[in-house]
Structure formats: structure tokens, C-alpha cells
Write a protein that binds this ligand. Structure first.
Ligand SMILES: [Mn+2]
Length: 353
């Protein structure tokens, strides 16, 4: 977490498209040169344009004439902000359209349902799951190609072959593909075949990878690290946004607590808190958040009631034989019933599923 040290940002939302080269920096320098008092006064100056950001900051709290900045050519809006979530924070969204990710449009009433096995195990397994979850209303097919497993002797995933299977099954059943890139090597392949790139909980603060996700050209689903604060999740999102990718979704997937009755503790607080702090879609993962299939439905309902924009569920045709995370997988034969049970909750909070 950044040490704010009393520093504050002057955020300038520039509405002129940058003209090439490193134009934002040029803009920043031009404006700073024209307004030396601002820097002399110890004010941090952060100049941001759509998808690009540059600047520096210094501690200080001299009074600042915001109106003077708002009158400058090319400056659409100007405001002062204390924290570093400049592009992820709510003020940045104002007046900007949402985005499209895997056929789903953010900022609307319809909830995003993501479902699939923890890991891609075979063509047959994946095809059966894809058909079942598509029929029940899922839009994205999940499934691990490379798995970041705790033990080196656990199933590590089918790798590149799984990506092809995902693409094929998703295309046949009208789904989009979201799958995890566990490292830089895998990222290239995932970005090519998947519709949405997932960053896993164990990589939540892998800053080199977060920077690369900024340039990946596909939407990114960021899972919260199970040992990360919400502020750290917000900053992970800010990394991706600041490195050029405006399409970021954040996912609460449970944190490690003293409680041992469940695998992780789903942090229901995270859902409304993130909605109040960032403009990014908030997805809930009650499978990893509980680790128990019998709890998934209830926690999924709670997450929708709390304001989640989507759910990610693990589904398996035969959980007892799953190669990973079988205990938290909803059996495929139960999936449609589980989704049905969520619909009244969604309707009660003005959402559609
Ligand atoms: Mn899993």
C-alpha cells in the first residue's frame, strides 16, 4: 500500500485525444511550464487523459484554484484526490461509457454469470459443462488451462491444449472464454485465444504481470489476493488501468482468516465497499470464497443482494472425480436449479440474471 504522506493529487481529465509521441507528458510539461506557481506551491500535478497517465507528486497543501485549471484548453474536468486510485476511482468514471467484455456490457442491470470447471480436464468434460451452463444462462466459460497449485504434485493443467478446448467449447455454445494467465509466458497464449484474461489470487501483486496486463488488449478479471486488503486490490486494478488497459473487472474470492471451518472466508463487505470506491464491475466467486459446494448457493445469493455485478461459479459433471477443487464445484445437474434460485434475489435488487 502506498504511503500517502499527506500528498494529494490534482487530477486533470483531458478531453483532447493525445496527438502522438508521448503527448500526455508533453501536455503535462506544457501546462506545468505555464503554471509554475502550482509546482512551486508544492502541489502534486497528475495529468491524465483517457487510457494514459503521467505525472509526479509532492506533498503539500497550499490552496489551489481548481477553476483556473478547469478553464484551461483541453481540460474537461479537474479535481483533487487523496488516494492513488485515480483511474479506478469513482470520480474518473463520471460521464464515461462503460465497456464491453466478452459480449457483456458493464454498467447495466444484467448480471454476468461465469461458470465452468476449476480446470479443463478433457474435451468431453468441458463440452458437457459448456452445454449445461450455457443452457442455464451463463455467458462466460471459465476453466483453468495452467493451474497454480499449492503442491507441485497436484494436477497442473493441460496447458495450451486446454486453451484450444476452451475456445472450441465456448464457440460451439455461444460463450466467451475467461482463463488465467499464471505467468508472462502463458499470458501471450491466453491473450490470443481467450476473450478475457484472468489474474489469479496468487498473482494479485505480481507487478510485472500487472503491467503486462495493461498492454494485453483484452479485458482483465483481477482476483483479490487471499492475503490482500481491498486497497491492495484497488491498486492492482490501478496498475492495469495506468498501463493502458481500461477494461478491468475485480473479483472478491475470499480471504484467509482464523476460521478453519471453510477454505477461505468470503468477504461480503468487499462487494459494497468496492462498489463505493471503484467504478469497475465487481464479480463474486463464492466457490473459492467458501470451498464448499453446499455453501455456494447461499453466498452467491448474498453477493447479489450486496450489489455484485456478476458471479463466478465452479461447475463439474462429477465433482467427486474432479482433478482440482471438486469440493467446491456445483454438480452440473444442479446448476440450472441454483441459477433459478438466484433470480428472485437479483430481481429484488433490480438486476436481471
Ligand atoms: Mn478453482
Amino acid at each position: 500500500m502506498a504511503d500517502l504522506d499527506g500528498a494529494r493529487w490534482l487530477v486533470l481529465d483531458l478531453d483532447r485525444p493525445p496527438p502522438g509521441g508521448d503527448p500526455l507528458l508533453a501536455d503535462a510539461r506544457a501546462i506545468a511550464a505555464a503554471e509554475p506557481r502550482v509546482l512551486d506551491a508544492g502541489w502534486a500535478c497528475y495529468l491524465a487523459a483517457p487510457l494514459r497517465a503521467a505525472g509526479g507528486r509532492r506533498a503539500g497543501d497550499a490552496p489551489l484554484d481548481l477553476d483556473q485549471w478547469r478553464r484551461r484548453p483541453g481540460v474537461r474536468r479537474a479535481w483533487i484526490q487523496d488516494d492513488d486510485t485515480i483511474l479506478a476511482g469513482l470520480p474518473w468514471r463520471d460521464g464515461k461509457a462503460g465497456f464491453e467484455a466478452g459480449g457483456w456490457r458493464t454498467g447495466r442491470d444484467d448480471l454476468l454469470l461465469i461458470a465452468g470447471p476449476c480446470a479443463v480436464e478433457s474435451r468431453e468434460q468441458l463440452d458437457e459443462v459448456a452445454a449445461g451452463v450455457a443452457a442455464a444462462g451463463a455467458r462466460w466459460l471459465r476453466g483453468g488451462a495452467w493451474k497454480a497449485r499449492t503442491s507441485p504434485y497436484d494436477f497442473q493443467g493441460l496447458g495450451a491444449r486446454a486453451l484450444e478446448l476452451l475456445r472450441d467449447a465456448a464457440d460451439r455454445h455461444g460463450l466467451a472464454v475467461v482463463t488465467e494467465a499464471i505467468g508472462s509466458d502463458e499470458l501471450r497464449a491466453v491473450a490470443e485465444l481467450a476473450d478475457v484474461v484472468q489474474l489469479g489470487s496468487r498473482n494479485a501483486q505480481n507487478f510485472p504481470l500487472l503491467r503486462k496486463l495493461g498492454a494485453v488488449g483484452k479485458p482483465v478479471l483481477l482476483k483479490r489476493g487471499f492475503g490482500c486488503t481491498l486497497r491492495e486490490l484497488e491498486y492492482a486494478a490501478e496498475y492495469v488501468l495506468a498501463h493502458g488497459n481500461p477494461r478491468v473487472l475485480v473479483c472478491e474470492r475470499g480471504i484467509r482468516s482464523f476460521e478453519s471451518a471453510t477454505r477461505f472466508t468470503f468477504d461480503i463487505n468487499a462487494v459494497p465497499l468496492l462498489k463505493q470506491r471503484v467504478h469497475l464491475p465487481v464479480i463474486a466467486d463464492p466457490a473459492h470464497g467458501t470451498g464448499q459446494a453446499a455453501l455456494v448457493e447461499a453466498v452467491a445469493r448474498a453477493a447479489i443482494a450486496a450489489g455484485a455485478d456478476g458471479l463466478m461459479l465452479e461447475v463439474h459433471p462429477d465433482p467427486a472425480r474432479a482433478l482440482s477443487d471438486g469440493r467446491q464445484a456445483v454438480p452440473l445437474r444442479d446448476f440450472a436449479r441454483v441459477v433459478e434460485s438466484l433470480r428472485p434475489v437479483a430481481a429484488a435488487v433490480g438486476r436481471r440474471l
